[in-house]
Design a protein around this ligand. Structure first.
Ligand code: SF4
Length: 209
């Protein structure tokens, strides 16, 4: 299946919510915020009511767009969650949350999943001192994630780290050591700490139909 290469903001507009796909711009210059204020000003009605199927599909798409994964990889990861012990929805969120590209974003080395993915693919990220260039790599508790020293001094990475701290976006399950440009996954994330603002049960229902 081909990858979507169009504007990221179109995905947010389609689903009617902010997916934070463009990093800092999502906080300062978001088309969804502008639309919301225009609609408020004109007293416009909310969107048309969706069918049950559409609601479940939208929830799945929301999570998939945030992850930046294609349909097949996303469905495969869900399939893996169904085989794991525990609640499928929670297990799926855990897998999404602890993918290497997502952890790189949550540390603050990148401001969006797309940029984090680029950092990983280009070999700038190490796990336990070894280069890992697989965005879907499953980070384990105790793993140390670092960025190569040259890149750590770049304006983009510094800005990402600053923004993450300023907005308190780094969760407590990640410990960051600025002197070594290294982050450690301290424990598995709780549901409330997930960066996926989705109803995981609707995703489970979507794939069960
Ligand atoms: Fe675009 Fe980000 Fe706003 Fe979504 S949240 S519409 S990606 S600026």
């Amino acid at each position: 299946m081909s990858r979507y290469t169009g504007p990221s903001c179109k995905k947010c507009r389609k689903l009617g919510c902010k997916l934070f796909l463009k990093g800092a711009k999502c906080y300062s210059n978001c088309v969804m915020d502008k639309l919301a204020s225009v609609k408020k000003g004109r007293g416009m009605q909310r969107r048309q009511k969706l069918s049950e199927y559409a609601v479940r599909l939208h929830e799945k798409q929301k999570a998939r767009f945030i992850s930046g994964m294609n349909e097949t990889a996303f469905a495969n990861l869900f399939g893996k969650a169904t085989k794991a012990t525990g609640q499928t929805g929670l297990q799926f969120l855990k897998y999404l949350e602890t993918r290497l590209d997502n952890i790189v974003k949550r540390v603050g080395f990148a401001t969006s999943t797309r940029t984090a993915r680029q950092l990983v693919l280009h070999g700038h990220i190490k796990v336990n001192d070894k280069v890992v260039n697989i965005p879907s790599y499953e980070v384990q508790v105790g793993d140390r994630i670092s960025i190569d020293a040259k890149l750590a001094g770049s304006v983009a990475v510094k800005q990402g780290l600053e923004d993450t701290e300023k907005r308190s976006l780094r969760p407590s399950f990640i410990q960051y050591d600025a002197s070594k440009n290294t982050a450690t996954l301290l424990r598995w994330p709780d549901r409330s700490e997930s960066s996926y603002p989705v109803n995981e049960q609707l995703i489970v229902e979507h794939y069960s139909k």
